[in-house]
Design a protein around this ligand. Structure first.
Ligand SMILES: CC(=O)N[C@H]1[C@@H](OP(=O)(O)O)O[C@H](CO)[C@@H](O)[C@@H]1O
Ligand SMILES: [Mg+2]
Length: 536
């Protein structure tokens, strides 16, 4: 390691005094102006991780659905998965080391993680469309370069595209070509093979309106359009030419507010969807003839895919083990429908796609989605082999509906999920209304409360019960008892400085009231900041 060069370059990316940040649920997230040093240091860390694994590592500069002024960074491991948890800790240490301790911290990480300094390092870099992203990705490049690593800057890409190219590179092309063209070809081919068997829904052409959150999804989807068959016509809205990223639009806005995004004109019963700011989440929705808005979230997407896969498995006489993985935020009605009506086993894990992915890998087919629309289907090698064998019999290979076999099924991808959903709806001849009618969501409410230190809340049972502070869970239990068909839980967010509150009940009024009462309990028992939460 050239410590002189390190010192010189690090001085160009100084760490603001007293600032500490945490590698959270999805990497580092903060105001963009606080992140230059973090980016430089994540460039350093990616070079070390590359040497430790002997593989190319990805660095994505994005803050996803968060405001345009924010930014963030996440590292991508060799097979396109999220960074290994043991290295999340190194990431936090490195990001928070004071200038004079940087060299020592790097040396310690090299020792602990047995990094061979002589090895080559290779890093792929991508970024979203935020105004701050270009400069921040340059800081990543500085970090990689100062440790003698090679880099390839893919420039503007969606998060899943960066995962894709990293996986392609490390599997020596087995997974696909490590280019955007390779990505478009792979996805469109999988889609076309799948819909070949579609009876057609009578529409001739399938129209889909897509709100791209004024983000990278718009750019990449329009690049992909020439690769898509004429049967599917995507109409891009919120393409970023006029309005601000994620402002009153995008998958997170639609899910949280349960209303349509700005900038998308919806006609009754038209199928519409929203991507988030880095195009790894998707939710669908429509308005009915009476003008009511209907959200089709990650839970219903998981249900649609599960039905399709279950029928497919039955048709070809396969007994592969399939399960759906959810978090505590999954609507109780979806869990009940999956378990009782579809008879598919459901598992609940902690928030964050990495937890869902990990659990999904225990099954031949693991369908995993967060309620907010982040997810995909992971398939075991066994499943892929079986699919290849039964291909002739069912004429639809399981492989085709899973555009990311066998390795980078590690991350949700709005574009590939959209293609899978469109294909299934077409194959089953389902309208958006029929899909929505699978089950009715229990009324629910998601709130946030500011507290002095959100870490005072510790949870257990896949975050469904609070262990600390004392008395909080007892209070929540008592409040839940007041309402019918109710449930509530609280947990500290891993991406924002807030505590999240979730409640379900028999009516929207009761879900709102319960969420409010629980938020007051958090405010009083967990050190609430500012004014007490007001009723909705
Ligand atoms: C309730 C909710 O939607 N939480 C989101 C949010 O995490 P929090 O830890 O709740 O801030 O951001 C994560 C990263 O995008 C996503 O994985 C997760 O589902
Ligand atoms: Mg995202």
């Amino acid at each position: 390691m050239d410590f002189e060069a390190l010192k010189k370059y690090s001085a160009l990316h100084p760490k603001p005094a007293r600032l500490t940040l945490q590698y959270g649920t999805a990497g580092f997230r903060s105001k963009a102006e606080q992140l230059d040093h973090v980016m430089f240091r994540m460039g350093l860390l990616a070079a070390l991780r590359s040497r430790a694994t002997g593989s190319t590592i990805g660095v994505m500069v994005t803050a996803s659905h968060n405001p345009e002024e924010d930014n963030g960074v996440k590292l991508v491991d060799p097979l396109g998965e999220m960074l290994h948890p043991s290295w999340e800790e190194y990431a936090t240490q490195l990001a928070n080391a004071e200038e004079q301790d940087l060299q020592k911290t790097l040396t310690e990480i090299c020792q602990k993680a047995a990094v061979n300094q002589q090895k080559d390092a290779s890093v792929f870099i991508g970024r979203d469309t935020r105004p701050s992203s270009k400069k921040l990705s340059q800081a990543v490049i500085d970090g990689v370069s100062v440790l003698g690593g090679q880099y390839h800057d893919y420039g503007l890409v969606t998060t899943p595209q960066l995962h894709y190219v990293v996986c392609c590179q490390n599997t020596r092309g087995q997974y696909g070509k490590p280019t955007l063209e390779g990505y478009y070809q792979k996805l469109s081919k999988a889609f076309m093979e799948l819909i070949k068997k579609s009876p057609g829904s009578g529409e001739g052409q399938r129209h889909l309106k897509i709100d791209c959150a004024n983000g990278i999804g718009a750019l990449k989807l329009s690049e992909m359009q020439p690769y898509l068959p004429k049967e599917v016509l995507v109409h891009i809205y919120n393409d970023g030419t006029k309005e601000k990223l994620n402002h009153l639009c995008g998958a997170d806005f639609v899910k949280v507010h349960q209303k349509p995004p700005k900038g998308l004109d919806m006609k009754p019963n038209e199928r519409c969807c929203s991507f988030d700011g880095d195009a790894d989440r998707i939710v669908y929705y429509y308005t009915d003839t009476a003008g009511h808005f209907h959200l089709i979230d990650g839970d219903k997407i998981a249900t649609l895919i599960s039905i399709f896969l279950k029928e497919l498995l039955a048709k070809v006489g396969q007994t592969l083990k399939m399960a759906v993985i959810q978090t505590a935020y999954a609507n109780g009605s979806s869990t009940r429908y999956l378990e009782e009506t579809l008879q598919v086993p459901v598992h609940c894990v902690k928030t964050g796609v990495k937890h869902l992915h990990h659990k999904a890998q225990e099954f031949d087919i693991g369908v995993y989605f967060e309620a907010n629309g982040h997810g995909t289907v992971s398939t075991s090698m066994q499943c892929i082999i079986s699919a290849a064998k039964t291909y002739k019999k069912c004429q639809i290979s399981l492989r085709m509906i899973l555009p990311f076999p066998p390795c980078s099924q590690t991350v949700g991808d709005a574009i590939s999920d959209m293609l899978v959903i469109e294909a299934i709806l077409s194959l089953k001849g389902l309208t958006v209304h029929q899909w929505d009618a699978f089950y009715t969501d229990f009324p629910n409410r998601l709130l946030k409360v500011q507290v002095a230190d959100r870490q005072v809340i510790d949870t257990t049972d896949a975050e469904r019960r609070a262990v600390t502070p004392p008395g909080l869970q007892e209070k929540i239990d008592a409040l839940v008892k007041k309402y019918k068909f109710s449930r509530a839980f609280v947990r500290p967010s891993g991406t924002e400085d807030v505590v999240r509150i979730y409640a379900e009940a028999d009516t929207q009024e009761n879900a709102d009231a319960l969420a409010h009462e629980v938020s007051l309990a958090v405010y009083h028992l967990a050190g609430g900041r500012g004014a007490p939460p007001q009723p909705l």
